[in-house]
Ligand binder design. Structure first.
Ligand code: DP6
Length: 328
């Protein structure tokens, strides 16, 4: 009853921002992402009647009680589905630089969902796996697949129509995502808390909901047509709209720092100089810059001149989950 799985992070091109059901992780809007090749999580799960509690080792360290609780709640769902009440030992390694502002929860829960279902003997397809991963962290629902992925919000109260599906694979369209790490000062509001506060208090949230479904259709069409300019424009505009909702929240908050804005402005200048680059930003100060392979070096050279830029990671569209051989 052992299995090991690997899952990659993803960056949202059209953002998931808000839940309609916090227990089931049902979002208020559909979202769209690209899975990235650089950053991933590898997780081994072992269920055994000999274990008397769940154990979770993350990067060779025993997880803290808060993390442990999230994992146990997640495993309980898998135990319920399988009808087996066995405890598990989980060994997980994150190859995600936390400072780069990528949510390791996306690759983390996707890898855990894949390894745990396999270890306990559940026969699930990718759609079901996406639904299971979603209940650990919403964005994890998208990391089941490689390439360009859409997470459909669904309509049903039980979440049975809420899962991610692939649009085109990582081989179908090569783009670059440069993850630009900037120097940071303030502590961030976690995405879970930030989206909740926004849904509950921001008068701009209704505007977000009005716009996001249209943005998603534009982005999906752009991906199918492989129209980089069309995709870049809608991705950047969608990120700006998401961040605008936080300014209206009570209390208001902002993920950007001055360094974030410097990078955003530099991207605008690149465009003015005829290089197609577009930014997107998640719940943190770092910026992800989309460009075409031919412009990758020009974009990097320009951005790395900024003193606020600490490091730039180069990513390509990456694969979905894979199962690895079990170590003896
Ligand atoms: C801004 O998936 O981390 O990155 O479902 O509460 O775990 P929970 O939130 P999470 O939120 C991600 C928010 C985002 C946008 C996105 O990835 O779509």
């Amino acid at each position: 009853m052992k299995a090991t799985a690997k899952a990659h992070t993803n960056i949202a091109l059209i953002k998931y921002w808000g839940k309609r059901d916090e227990q089931l992780f049902l979002p208020t809007n559909s979202s769209l992402s690209v899975t990235l090749d650089k950053f991933y999580t590898e997780t081994s799960v072992h269920f055994s009647p000999d274990f008397h509690a769940d154990r979770f080792i993350l990067n060779d360290q025993q997880a803290d009680p808060k993390e442990m609780e999230k994992i146990t709640t997640f495993l309980d769902r898998i135990r319920n589905l399988s009808g087996k009440s066995l405890y598990a030992t989980i060994d997980s390694k994150n190859y995600v630089p936390t400072a780069a502002g990528f949510a390791s929860s996306a690759s983390g829960f996707a890898a855990l969902a894949a390894a745990a279902t396999k270890a306990i003997g559940l026969d699930v397809d990718y759609r079901q796996l996406s639904q299971i991963a979603r209940q650990g962290s919403g964005s994890a629902s998208r990391s089941i697949y490689g390439g360009y992925v859409e997470w459909q919000k669904g309509e049903k109260a039980d979440g049975s129509d809420c899962y991610a599906l692939p649009i085109i694979s990582e081989q179908d369209w090569d783009i670059r995502v440069l993850s630009v790490e900037v120097t940071t000062k303030a502590k961030k509001v976690l995405s879970r808390e930030g989206m909740k506060r926004t849904v509950e208090t921001s008068p701009f949230y209704s505007g977000w909901l009005e716009a996001v479904e249209k943005d998603l259709i534009t982005a999906r069409d752009a991906i199918k047509e492989k129209d980089f300019e069309k995709l870049g424009h809608v991705v950047e505009a969608n990120a700006l709209k998401m961040h605008a909702t936080t300014l209206g929240a009570n209390p208001p908050f902002m993920y950007w720092q001055s360094a974030t804005v410097e990078v955003m402005q530099e991207v605008e200048e690149l465009r003015a100089a005829g290089i197609e680059a577009y930014f997107t930003i998640d719940a943190g100060p770092n910026v992800k810059v989309l460009c075409q392979p031919k412009d990758e070096h020009a974009v990097r050279d320009k951005l790395s001149l900024l003193t606020v830029v600490r490091e730039i990671h180069h990513c390509r569209p990456g694969p979905g989950i894979t199962y690895l051989p079990i170590e003896k």
